[in-house]
Design a protein. Structure first.
Length: 616
């Protein structure tokens, strides 16, 4: 057997370059590149290995390990999990900085390869710089924090372990059910140890997405169930995108005139003005869809985890309705007492379309859906229209950005009040035009996520919508976007605080406390007014501050014309959000309090909880 003598780190990197995927008949490297912040624990081993292959597998230097991992997550989400990136960080703080990002990838079922440096396997310099010493268990290192947020975890303590570990790692990254973050913790001494690896281990390997057909009996039972329904509602989740089943969904719902509600991850499954698109569903859903959900006799959930925002915390969907859940993962397909139909949406939806043949929903239901849809479009028109004030609402800003965005452009967002407004109001024309990280809703995802999105779709304009709170939490990748030439347009909505949490606090009967900057402990003179435009300029971007929606629209045109990242900021009203649509959300309110407002909020809470019980 021909062998090649390589260090463990060289073998990891060489193996990554040999992995390919086929997209539309073209072979592409599975790994677009590796984000890296070097330090003690990865600079000598992995750093040397990455340098050797820098022409094949680019290494990108970022400014924060969590943020660079957000870029990797956004990249693969934009490409429907077909291609991905690796992320490496030094042992200790650099690596634990990636743990939150691993959780983001885990919740959203997105593949990212994490390669954290780890402390010495030989333990000779114990305790080495940046080693967390565990008093009772010497097999633990800080990288064990990745275990609950990884779909596959291994620590490579001997170079030959790669021979069995790397193929498993690739399996998890490419498996539609298992898909998610993979962590290979790499002790810094083992990274540098050499081994005679078989040459064939590094042969090119082409990965094809596995498409799992539905079980025949399960399919028959699903058809039987649908055939008895008179008032069905389809819920389209992120799985519709990941299975590339958008056209199959369109064909099914158009033929049978099925109303569709989109989740945060599913938005864009149908264009906003499609005759069957009722708008979004759930806590931040459209009046039209949520009304239908409360009246439907059958929910056909496609590729959704049925999270609490989609289900209105289990209190929104008609408790008498049956749920059919089409999902590639049985884990998701059985939730909410659903009748499962396990299978890939691209294979399963056409089967349903073929087999339902003469069945149709009630014509009154079809008419009602159509009327509700038209009404909802009018509500969106009103909410997103510029009222001409100097303190616009988030909804008005959403309207302005939506009008500025072209046919192939993308909006990126993750946390704060904006995800709700965007889910309700954003009119998605391009299937990949709505990029929302709302599985973990991680503040600080937005700007770095925008960079990863741009790397995936360089021809699209990427509009990042971000609140002042999220911006201040993690903004360093603006500098990376300028450095690497991945232009984003960021719109910073400055309402001086955590507006959405402030509103939530008020709904729970509590006074304004520790959310808006004016409600926080400060020295005399109050919290500073952050100059976001000056800040972004200091990081190398172009920027400006505008005073109203009209000025914003003009600034967005300048931003589009810019070749480098462009940040536009404006003051917004933190006290309002769009009231139309939406449904209850389960946020636990104190059972006893000295405040009567809290007790009143608790009474309202208990009423909703009672409704929820019927739907468990
Ligand atoms: C990392 C992280 N920390 C805390 C939260 C909880 N949280 C959600 S939204 C929010 C406030 C966001 O403020 P901002 O970005 O200004 O948006 P706004 O609510 O004002 O629209 C907070 C603290 C979170 N989602 N993620
Ligand atoms: Mg804010």
């Amino acid at each position: 057997m021909k062998t090649v003598r390589l260090t463990m780190a060289q073998a990891v990197i060489r193996y990554l370059t040999a992995q390919k995927v086929e997209i539309d008949g073209e072979l592409e490297p599975m790994f677009a590149g590796c984000w890296a912040i070097f330090g003690h624990g990865n600079v000598a081993g992995l750093g040397e290995a990455l340098y050797q292959v820098r022409d094949q597998l680019p290494t990108w230097r970022a400014h924060n390990e969590q943020a660079m991992s957000h870029a990797a997550i956004a990249y693969t989400k934009t490409l429907d999990r077909r291609r991905m990136m690796a992320c490496t960080a030094s042992a200790g703080p650099g690596s634990t900085n990636m743990v939150t990002a691993a959780a983001v990838a885990h919740v959203n079922r997105l593949p990212v390869l994490f390669l954290p440096g780890d402390t010495f396997a030989t333990r000779m310099p114990d305790p080495v710089l940046q080693q967390v010493e565990n008093f009772h268990d010497h097999t633990l290192t800080s990288n064990d924090c990745f275990r609950p947020v990884s779909r596959f975890f291994d620590r490579i303590t001997r170079p030959e372990q790669l021979l069995t570990s790397l193929p498993q790692a690739m399996r998890v990254l490419t498996d539609p059910v298992e898909c998610g973050p993979v962590t290979l913790a790499l002790p810094q001494d083992v990274q540098t140890m050499a081994f005679d690896y078989p040459e064939h281990f590094f042969d090119e390997r082409i990965h094809h997405p596995r498409r799992q057909a539905a079980d025949r009996d399960e399919l028959s039972r699903a058809i039987e169930l649908i055939s008895t329904a008179r008032k069905p509602l389809v819920v389209a989740g992120g799985g519709v995108h990941y299975a590339q089943a958008r056209e199959a969904l369109d064909a099914l719902v158009s033929r049978y005139q099925l109303p569709v509600g989109e989740t945060q991850a599913g938005k864009g499954a149908l264009p906003w003005d499609h005759a069957q698109n009722m708008g979004s569903i759930g806590v931040t859903g459209a009046e039209s869809t949520n009304t239908l959900a409360a009246e439907a006799d059958l929910i056909i959930a496609v590729g959704t985890r049925l999270g609490d925002f989609a289900s209105g915390s289990r209190a929104m969907i008609n408790p008498e309705a049956r749920i059919l859940s089409i999902n590639v993962a049985s884990f998701d397909a059985i939730k909410h007492k659903s009748q499962p139909l396990v299978g890939d949406a691209l294979l399963t939806l056409p089967e349903l379309e073929r087999c339902l043949s003469d069945w149709r929903p009630d014509s009154a239901w079809i008419d009602r859906a159509d009327e509700l849809r038209r009404q909802w479009h009018r509500s969106v028109d009103v909410a997103t229209t510029d009222r001409g004030t100097n303190l616009p609402t988030d909804a008005e800003v959403v309207g302005a950005v939506n009008r500025a965005a072209g046919e192939q452009d993308i909006v990126v967002c993750a946390a704060g009040g904006l995800p709700g407004e965007l889910q309700k109001l954003w009119r998605t024309r391009y299937a990949k035009g709505y990029h929302m990280e709302y599985g973990y809703s991680c503040m600080g995802y937005e700007l770095a996520g925008g960079v990863g999105t741009k790397m995936a779709k360089p021809d699209s304009e990427v509009f990042v919508m971000v609140g002042d709170g999220s911006y201040l939490m993690l903004n360093s990748e603006i500098a990376t976007s300028v450095m690497l030439g991945h232009k984003i347009i960021a719109v910073v909505l400055d309402n001086r605080g955590y507006g959405c949490i402030h509103r939530l606090q008020q709904m729970c009967g509590e006074p304004g406390f520790n959310n808006m900057l004016d409600d926080c402990l400060t020295v005399e003179g109050g919290a500073p007014k952050t100059d976001f435009a000056a800040h972004a300029a200091a990081l190398g971007a172009r920027s400006e501050k505008v005073g109203n929606i009209q000025e914003l629209e003009a600034a967005l045109e300048r931003a589009k014309a810019s070749s480098i990242s462009y940040v536009v900021t404006l003051d917004t009203d933190g006290l309002v959000d769009t009231e139309e649509g939406g449904s209850w959300w389960d946020v636990a309110v104190p059972e006893v309090s000295v405040r009567s407002e809290v007790e009143e909020a608790r009474r309202r809470y208990d009423e909703h909880k009672a409704r929820q019980g019927k739907n468990l």
